[in-house]
Design a protein around this ligand. Structure first.
Ligand code: IMP
Ligand code: MG
Length: 178
């Protein structure tokens, strides 16, 4: 698996360090509240699992699964819900937990979808952001790292469903996906 990686972008130590800071900030911002963290499957699962343990206030969890890239590395821009949340988010503080924001189309869709259910608030927490790839104007509340436009894998992120179990984030060699 390591042979398929061109370069390690973020090490396990760097990831854990940034997650501690994000957890601290979220705990502070939501003090006295009981937010519901909605993890976007499957990519967000590794991040959620570490992030929630770095949060010191009471939080609840839920999960949502959306149609993704298929086996390609480009977003279709078409979002389909494969598994909806179980919780009622009326008057709740929602934190969307994502692995990466690329074009931003998924988050725009999610934000609009959740807003229809009249939550108290909706904020976005992503481990990675590709600001140069945004196709629309979106406001991301919590970002771990900004990265370039390279296709990255590991720490939850996949290519064709593989590499999610790498403990670091790396750039996949071009010959693997071209
Ligand atoms: P967006 O709608 O273009 O912002 O796409 C967001 C989703 O695309 C993320 O939640 C990821 O699942 C996937 N994605 C975008 N860039 C990458 C990448 O570099 N590696 C793996 N998955 C990616
Ligand atoms: Mg995703």
């Amino acid at each position: 698996m390591r042979n398929d990686i061109e370069k390690i972008l973020k090490t396990e130590t760097e990831i854990q360090e940034i997650i501690k800071q994000l957890g601290k900030q979220i705990s502070k911002d939501y003090e006295g509240k009981n937010p519901i963290m909605i993890c976007i499957l499957k990519g967000g699962i590794v991040f959620l699992s570490d992030l929630m343990r770095s949060i010191s206030i009471k939080v609840e969890l839920d999960f949502m699964s959306l149609s993704s890239y298929g086996n390609s590395t480009k977003s279709s821009g078409v979002v389909r819900i494969k598994k909806d949340i179980d919780a009622d988010i009326l008057d709740r503080d929602v934190i969307i937990v994502e692995d990466i924001v690329d074009s931003g189309l998924t988050l725009k869709y999610l934000d609009e979808y959740f807003m229809q259910h009249n939550p108290a608030s909706v904020k976005i927490c992503t481990l990675l952001d590709k600001p140069k790839a945004h196709k629309i104007d979106i406001n991301i509340d919590y970002v771990g790292f900004e990265v370039g436009n390279e296709f990255v894998v590991g720490y939850g992120l996949d290519y064709a469903q593989k590499y999610r179990n790498l403990p670091y984030i790396g750039i996949l060699k071009k010959e693997i996906y071209s």
